[in-house]
Design a protein around this ligand. Structure first.
Ligand code: PEP
Ligand code: MN
Length: 339
């Protein structure tokens, strides 16, 4: 968008318009009360090369064409997106959503015990992986469909909706049958075929940021889901690769207010995978609440020493209620109540 100065003459406006039109972009002149703005819709690089800032009567050139469209706060919505998952509100700036549970479903007993503990402490959804993406092909990859059945059993008993990872398009039918929220894992953020299928399943999606993905790329990945007509998308900051190796990943807390500014979608933080260390999970969770996150997804286990996956970062189920109370205080400071 080219904003003219209040003193710009009609001839100066016309000169800018002609210069733009010559490059083939679509030109829209919008006279305002004080100034005239000229919209140029098309290839931003070509417009950038024109040197419009130097032309007489031009005040400034403001890029408005972000690479992400549907996920952008600029485009479709000005209100933050708010939706419900089985009656639990997500987004909308007044709610703090707590998603908790084991990294991986290991057994009926393990899943039920954690589900009861997190429900009693105030969680609004149960997480748990049935299909696990593992760095080593020899590691435990989850119980598959049996894992989904165990999650459904825990949902039936506790009433908690289930968040579980959609790893591969071949699992689409099973995931659609059992999941209440479809998780796209960090390693699959740029699996565009998977995103399109996820967008078509008619369920809310929790989209995790890739290990080395920029926020622009995250929002463009969200566009893949949104363009299927699915508006119930949550973004998830789960830590990124940096030079720092002391923590498992580096939690990018700056991403939270940035995403809240540039997108209308709710932002959830995962302090478990970001840190890899349960001792850091509570402080990072409080920080996430304080920078305006819409919620947290956190790993909890009754006996983390025996967990088949991600034990060192899992909170003890017996400590979970105290953890929730502490995080809720920080969420309340930002005007949010537990969902
Ligand atoms: C998980 O949530 O268990 C998980 C594998 O997370 P991520 O995709 O962020 O590594
Ligand atoms: Mn995990």
């Amino acid at each position: 968008m080219i904003v003219m100065t209040p003193q710009a003459s009609e001839a100066q406006v016309a000169a800018v318009r002609e210069k733009l039109a010559a490059t083939g972009v679509h030109v829209l002149v919008m006279p305002g009360e004080l100034t005239t703005a000229i919209g140029a819709i098309g290839d931003p690089e070509r417009v950038g090369e024109l040197g419009l800032e130097g032309m007489a009567g031009v005040d400034r050139v403001v890029p408005i064409s972000r690479p992400y469209k549907l996920a952008s706060s600029e485009l479709a919505h000005h209100e933050p997106t708010r939706f419900e998952v089985e009656g639990h509100v997500v987004g909308g700036n007044e709610t703090f959503t707590l998603i908790a549970g084991p990294c991986t479903v290991e057994s009926s007993e393990q899943t039920l015990r954690v589900a009861r503990a997190v429900r009693d402490a105030g969680a609004s959804m149960l997480r748990g992986g049935a299909f696990k993406p593992r760095t080593s092909p020899f590691a435990f990859k989850g119980l598959g469909v049996l894992g989904l059945e165990l999650l459904a059993e825990a949902r039936a008993e506790t009433g908690l909706p289930v968040v579980t990872e959609f790893l591969d398009t071949t699992h689409a039918d099973a995931i659609a049958e059992y999941a209440d929220v479809i998780q796209i894992g960090a390693r699959n953020m740029q699996n565009y075929a998977l995103l399109e299928v996820a967008g078509k399943l008619g369920k809310p999606v929790l989209l995790k940021r890739g290990l080395s993905s920029s926020l622009d790329e995250l929002l463009q990945a969200a566009d893949y889901i949104l363009k299927e007509g699915n508006e119930r998308v949550m973004l998830c900051e789960r830590g990124i690769r940096t030079f720092e190796t002391a923590t498992r990943f580096t939690l990018d807390l700056g991403a939270v207010p940035w995403l809240k500014l540039h997108s209308h979608l709710p932002v959830i933080v995962d302090p478990s995978h970001a840190s890899g260390d349960r001792r850091l999970v509570e402080p990072l969770s409080r920080a996430a609440a304080a920078v305006g996150a819409d919620g947290i997804i956190v790993e909890v286990h009754e006996d983390p020493e025996k967990a088949l996956c991600d034990g060192p970062q899992a909170l003890y189920a017996r400590d979970f209620a105290a953890y929730v109370a502490s995080v809720a205080v920080h969420a309340a400071l930002c005007g949010r109540q537990l969902a």
